[in-house]
Design a protein around this ligand. Sequence first.
Ligand SMILES: Cc1cc2nc3c(=O)[nH]c(=O)nc-3n(C[C@H](O)[C@H](O)[C@H](O)COP(=O)(O)OP(=O)(O)OC[C@H]3O[C@@H](n4cnc5c(N)ncnc54)[C@H](O)[C@@H]3O)c2cc1C
Length: 301
Amino acid sequence: MRAGTILGRAVARGRGQPVGLQAEGVLVDRTSQARGYESQCLVSFLTGLLGEFLRKESKLSSRPVMKRYQLVVIGSGSAGREATLLAAGKGLRTALIEKDRIGGVAFHSGCYAVSGLLGCARQFRDTLKGERFGNEADLLRATLQKWRIAQSNASMRLAQEFEAELKQLNVDVYLGHAELVTDQIVQIVRASGSRIAIRADNIIVATGSRPDFSDGPDPRLVSSDALLRMTMPPRHLAVIGGGHIGCEFASIYRTLGSEVTLFERESRVLSGWETEAAERVTETLQTHSVVLRSVKFRSIE
Ligand SMILES: Cc1cc2nc3c(=O)[nH]c(=O)nc-3n(C[C@H](O)[C@H](O)[C@H](O)COP(=O)(O)OP(=O)(O)OC[C@H]3O[C@@H](n4cnc5c(N)ncnc54)[C@H](O)[C@@H]3O)c2cc1C
């Protein structure tokens, strides 16, 4: 029992608090005749135990302390961006997690990306108009690949500006797939497979939405994301939906030389918009030979 007490004290010194661990396992038979052997056993037992203890201690101290934030935002798209900038601007200790590209859909394949391509299309059409003023535009060609490069450069600049803002506001950015472990612990799985966990007082999940059909290997029915990934414009493009996004795609791909038919179930495109605006857009699309059809599809195969 004495040996147990000794061990208890030794451990207590190491950690600053009493740890009576394994004391009962160090029972020494005082009646034993083989005192030398006994103390040898005791020393080797204590050494082993101390070694085990130190190994555990060193493992604990090498484990990184889990960082704690007042707010963790998952997803850096429009929603996550607004939330992060607002919270960090108000002084909250904030972290942002993104598994793909900083800026999400809006920057890379949504409104800003489409605006970039529209800009290329407008510039192309304006240059063609230059012929009326005596400028030769014979060799002018619209190429989707080059438009995509111009658009992706613009998207990258937006993302870089956003990253600079995050840095200025001391937001920690984690690149990786976020998983909720508990309602306060978020685990981030990086592309390399390594994992890190952070603690959050509050979590905002701003992971966006996805189309409810997947793009096949030889896609004829594609989402706007998959269309933008195509390197060549299709010969004939049918756009389903005459909202502002459908009209934008119709205009872009018509300028690139595709034959475009735009299907809208209502009697006119931009049905939710003011009549005058919708009429102007209809007129422009028709001037560019986009075919407009009012059709209500039951299913698409
Ligand atoms: C072609 C097109 C044109 C559009 N035009 C307009 C327009 O003119 N005006 C307009 O207001 N809206 C427009 N929109 C819609 C607008 O882009 C979206 O509504 C908006 O981008 C959605 O933002 P979000 O933050 O909700 O989602 P997203 O932008 O999808 O962001 C979600 C982010 O979360 C990340 N994420 C998901 N899961 C995880 C995870 N587990 N861990 C870490 N990160 C994760 C994703 O990688 C993504 O970056 C358009 C959309 C498209 C497709």
